[in-house]
Write a protein that binds this ligand. Structure first.
Ligand code: ADP
Length: 658
């Protein structure tokens, strides 16, 4: 403890402890403080003391002081208190200072704090370690579990390995078995096959079909290929086999020509074959299986077909025929170059049957369609003539179109193939011919009519004068004139037909009655044949009576013309399917099937020695056919050559009176 007074801060009192603290002797008492201890001048104590002197407020605390003791700077902790001692007026006149060296205590305290921090740190570390420990523990547990699992895995793997090995063994066994089965298969195969092994191509197996194909027997098995089939030397097979063996690639040969020895003779043939290398696990080949097919027949047939096709092509080109095919289902039409040109179509033009029909003149369209449909249904060929207006606007053309459908197994049409011919020029010539015939007929008719008149007068005069030879001569002349008139009329009818000038005047009449009339007429005129008319029920038709009478007469006169004298001609009339059907049967020479389909064509006459002796122009049946067609009826003939023919025609029965 120390007491200071006055402004100079005189040390009034200092006890021993203070002196010791200062490290001074008693001599300093009575001296101003800073004189006694100049070191204090710059210390914080000076400032504190001045503060207490000025304010009178006690200041206390702990502070550090650096002092030199034995030449060493030491830090000491000093606990201090500066207290102002005041007079009655409250003025500070002295300061009481208490100070204690608390370095030990403070240091201890600091150490304690440091320790605490350390403990704290340690604690924290401990916590962390603990945590780590627990993590490690967890990991350990996990590892433990994993270890257990992997133990299980190892056990399972072990088991699988065993199973795998067993499977492998089984596979190996079955492989061995399947290889022998494979060889057996090759032997039994329904195709010619053999196996050659190794580079030397030793024949291992060859089935019966292969032995037959190469013309060898079982003795070749076990021999190298070239030794077994010496004739293949120089042929491509050896090289091809070798290549398949080396590359390991399957070889497919098609239509290869091979020369094989059969019974001492080299025979050539076409073959299709496969060389399939069989491989070791390392990919190298150990043998080759060869499969061969003898396709000589197919190839020859194809080549023959190709030659035929070529010939057909030549013929088609020479005749300027256009070829067309239509797919029945899609209606898609494919045309040959010539067909295209005829129709004035550009190169890549695609069209259907319907499109092509649009080019046909409307006047002929329905007829063409009906005829094609009918022929397809009846599975026969058709032949139609019609006018077309080409797509490119060039002048109209007349075409003759023939064709026939092909059918699948079920009888459904697949496609129609046909040919067209440009007959425009032919038609033009026809027209000229028709015009000429019509003109000539007219010119002939006029003098004939006059001649007929004069003959009638002559006949009358002869009758009047009873000149019998003249009567008979006149009658004969009149008959000849009538025959000639008939002929001329039929020519005129043809040209009228061609120019569409024929008129059908439909009236209702009984067909049975018309037949009866014909019978009566035949009795009047007499005949070299026996005419038998079957009795008929009345049947009303609506038709041109004169023209139908002309048809019946024509058929009867044909029957007479083409059958021997005094043979019988049967005429009958009956109803069938709502139609009146008239038939004229003769016992004549008959008509060959090839002619049967054509006798209704204009100017068509059967060309044989016999018919050439019989006069005619081939227009009678054509006229009959045209007349019946214009009545929506049908006309046809059936015949057995040498036995006779029957001509039929039908007319629809008038629905109003049926
Ligand atoms: P034409 O009798 O004037 O030759 P058609 O048109 O009447 O002409 O007959 C065409 C062809 O049909 C005849 O040339 C003949 O060969 C054949 N023909 C017609 N009717 C018969 C028949 N009843 N028997 C055998 N052939 C016949």
């Amino acid at each position: 403890m120390a007491i200071y007074t006055g402004e100079e801060i005189i040390i009034e009192f200092a006890n021993d402890a203070m002196l010791e603290l200062w490290g001074k002797g008693r001599a300093i008492i009575g001296l101003p403080l800073y004189e006694a201890m100049p070191a204090l001048e710059g210390s914080p104590f000076k400032h504190m003391m001045e503060q207490v002197l000025r304010t009178g407020i006690t200041d206390a605390g702990v502070t550090t002081v650096e002092t030199q003791i034995d030449g060493l700077v030491q830090t000491r902790y000093i606990e201090y208190e500066y207290r102002a001692i005041k007079d009655a007026d409250g003025n500070t006149y002295a300061i009481l200072q208490r100070a204690a060296n608390v370095t030990e205590r403070e240091l201890r305290k600091i150490r304690l704090v440091a320790n605490e921090a350390e403990i704290q740190a340690l604690n924290e570390e401990l916590t962390i370690s603990n945590e780590e420990l627990s993590t490690t523990n967890d990991e350990l547990a996990q590892m433990n579990r994993e270890l257990q699992t992997s133990n299980v895995d190892i056990r399972r793997l072990n088991k699988e390995l065993k199973e795998y090995t067993a499977n492998l063994r089984q596979m190996y066994d079955s492989l061995v078995e399947s290889e022998s089965r494979f060889r057996e298969l090759v032997r039994q195969a329904p195709v010619a096959s053999f196996i050659v092994a190794g580079e030397r191509m030793i024949i291992e197996t060859a089935n019966g079909m292969m032995l037959n194909m190469i013309g060898k027997d079982k003795s070749i098995i076990g021999k190298p290929l070239v030794e077994a089939i010496p004739e293949i030397k120089g042929q491509p097979f050896e090289g091809l086999l070798d290549e398949a063996y080396r590359t390991g690639e399957t070889f497919y040969g098609n239509e290869l020509v091979a020369y094989l020895e059969h019974n001492g003779r080299l025979v050539s043939g076409y073959y299709k074959f496969i060389y399939q290398p069989l491989k070791n696990p390392d990919g190298s080949s150990h043998s080759i299986i060869c499969i061969a097919f003898d396709i000589t027949e197919q190839v020859s047939a194809r080549k023959a077909a190709e030659r035929a096709e070529e010939r057909l092509q030549l013929a088609v080109e020479a005749t300027e025929l256009g070829i067309w095919t239509v797919d029945w289902e899609t209606g898609r039409l494919s045309l040959s170059e010539r067909s295209r040109l005829i129709h004035g179509l550009p190169a890549d033009y695609s069209l259907t049957l319907t499109d092509s029909f649009e080019m046909i003149d409307p006047k002929y369209r329905d007829d063409v369609l009906d005829q094609i449909n009918l022929a397809v249904m009846e599975k026969r060929s058709f032949r139609v003539e019609h006018l077309v207006h080409p797509k490119d606007g060039s002048s109209s053309r007349w075409l003759r179109s023939t064709g026939k459908a092909t059918y699948d197994d079920a009888g459904t049409p697949v496609q129609i193939t046909g040919a067209i011919l440009d007959i425009t020029e032919e038609k033009r010539n026809d027209q000229r011919k028709n015009d000429f015939i019509s003109m000539v007929s007219h010119e002939l008719k006029t003098p004939l009519t006059s001649m007929n008149g004069y003959l009638q007068v002559l006949q009358r005069n002869a009758t009047r004068s009873g000149d019998n030879p003249s009567i008979s001569l006149a009658a004969k002349a009149i008959r000849q004139v009538e025959r000639m008139m008939k002929l001329i009329n039929s020519f005129l009818n043809v040209s009228r037909l061609e120019n569409n000038q024929i008129h059908i005047e439909r009236k209702c009449f009984d067909m049975a009655e018309l037949i009866r009339e014909t019978e009566e007429e035949s009795m009047v005129y007499g005949s070299n044949h026996q005419l038998v008319f079957a009795p008929a029920e009345p049947m009303m038709v609506k038709a041109d009576r004169d023209k139908i009478a002309q048809v019946i007469n024509n058929l009867i006169s044909n029957a007479a013309k083409y059958s021997p004298h005094s043979s019988t001609i049967h005429v009958a009339c009956r109803t069938q399917d709502g139609h009146a059907m008239v038939s004229v049967r003769d016992e004549g020479k008959g008509i060959a099937p090839s002619d049967l389909s054509r006798i209704f064509e204009r100017y068509y006459r059967v060309n044989n020695a016999e018919s050439q002796t019989i006069a005619g122009f081939g227009i009678g049946l054509y006229l009959c056919c045209e007349i019946i067609k214009r009545h929506d009826g049908k006309i046809w003939a059936e015949s057995t050559p040498g036995k006779g023919s029957t001509f039929y025609f039908t007319l629809p029965i008038d629905p109003e009176v049926r």
